[in-house]
Ligand binder design. Structure first.
Ligand code: PLP
Length: 409
């Protein structure tokens, strides 16, 4: 039934290949800049101190068990998760215009949203094409095409400035058929690290409103980007305040360091109207059916940890402190890398390293330079020139800057 013409060998996921090559390299100098996970200054995974505390509370809870969660997940998590995105006093929440479902982290949330749209985004005026930024998180292409939605792209990264190509983006969204689905990274764009400013977001929102486009926010780095949860949610809040009907995929992998626990949520927000509550109830009922057929019930452990933290003011404050530790270290590494390259007089401009934000930086290094960094210096990064800032630390940053300097010359 499955000959090679029908089931060809799929290529290995490039990031897994990279990680395997890194592990096999015996050099003591080797640096892993591929990983999309936070590392501390000793290049080790970091369990957030607040997560350790919540874990302790959970372990000592005599009522904790391993029963199924409801289909829509842990209500104490999903309600706080919506507040985290939209703001505690958001009118959308008070007006019951938000439907929230716990998902298998951010990936599961993007998938549930894609599945929902593939089934229901077909009223008059809806255009089913999904516009993705070029480039975007590679998995977006797979997730949306797997549910049969046609893909299109909009320009995003300006190779010259290594910043946002706002004109290109706006022109593409202007030319897209009205009512298209537009995927937007809420903050800390992956892979470029380039985010629109608030004024640029306002321009994008105005254009999307005029074109009746449907915003699909992917929010995988709230609080991890700037260290400020509200600031990293500003784009989403702007669109909600502008009265858009939209959806949000929310991951708790990076901001809680709960990667393998697969904690996340999907949210639908209805536009303000007489029928908004009714629409939200109907959408929630259909999301529950989709969730039932996909995973039945979302996973419980990481959800409880996140919920304990989000529902306790002291732990919440400590979490914010932990977020500042992670984002602060990354921002420090950006500053150090830029100044070391400038000190070395490395050819080119390096301001983009500190202008970009979040886990990743799009360095502008070419594929040939990336290959040379790997063979000559044991530095592992994706061939598009993306580096995970979390892979840099006070011990390897000098070595890395010197390596970049040499391959660029
Ligand atoms: N969306 C973006 C843009 C990401 O970068 C990631 C993780 O790298 C995700 C979604 C989903 O991650 P997870 O499924 O681990 O929450």
């Amino acid at each position: 039934n499955f000959p090679a013409e029908v089931v060809p060998q799929a290529p290995e996921d490039p990031l897994f290949g990279l990680s395997r090559a890194y592990k096999a390299d015996p050099s003591p100098d080797k640096i892993d800049l591929g990983i999309g996970a936070y590392r501390d200054d000793n290049a080790k995974p970091w369990v957030l101190p607040v997560v350790k505390k919540a874990d302790e509370i959970l372990r000592n809870d005599p009522d904790a068990n391993h029963e199924y969660l409801p289909i829509a997940g842990l209500a104490s998590l999903t309600s706080k998760a919506a507040e985290l995105l939209l703001g505690t006093n958001a009118p959308a929440i008070a007006e019951k215009r938000v439907a929230s479902v716990q998902t298998i982290s951010g990936t599961g949330a993007v998938h549930l949203g894609a599945l929902f749209l593939s089934k229901f985004y077909k009223a008059e005026g809806a255009n089913r094409s999904v516009y993705l930024s070029n480039p975007t998180w590679a998995n977006h292409h797979q997730i949306f095409s797997n549910v049969g939605l046609p893909l299109a792209t909009y320009p995003y990264f300006d190779k010259e400035t290594k910043g946002l190509d706002l004109d290109g983006m706006k022109a593409a969204l202007e030319n897209a058929p009205d009512g298209s689905i537009v995927l937007l990274h809420a903050c800390a764009h992956n892979p470029t690290g380039v985010d629109p400013t608030l004024d640029q977001w306002r321009e994008i929102a105005a254009l999307m409103k005029a074109k009746k486009h449907f915003p699909f926010f992917d929010c995988a780095y709230q609080g991890f980007a700037s260290g400020d949860l509200d600031r990293d949610a500003a784009a989403i809040r702007l669109f909600v305040e502008e009265g858009f009907e939209l959806v949000i995929a929310q991951s708790f992998a990076k901001n809680f360091g709960l990667y393998g626990q697969r904690a996340g949520c999907f949210h639908f927000v209805a536009a303000p109207s007489e029928e908004a509550e009714d629409i939200t109830t109907r959408v929630a009922s259909q999301l529950a059916i989709l969730q039932r057929s996909e995973i039945s019930n979302p996973p419980i452990y990481g959800a409880r940890i996140a919920s304990i933290i989000l529902n306790d003011p002291a732990l919440f404050a400590e979490w914010q402190e932990n977020l500042r530790t992670m984002s602060g270290r990354i921002i420090e590494m950006r500053k150090a890398l830029r100044s070391k390259l400038e000190e070395l007089g490395t050819p080119g401009q390096w301001n983009h390293i500190t202008d970009q934000i979040g886990m990743f930086s799009f360095t502008g290094l070419t594929e040939a330079q990336v290959a040379k960094l790997r063979t000559d210096f044991h530095v592992y990064m994706t061939k598009n020139g993306r580096i995970s800032m979390a892979g840099l630390n006070s011990r390897n940053i000098d070595y890395f800057a010197r390596a970049v300097d040499q391959v660029v010359r």
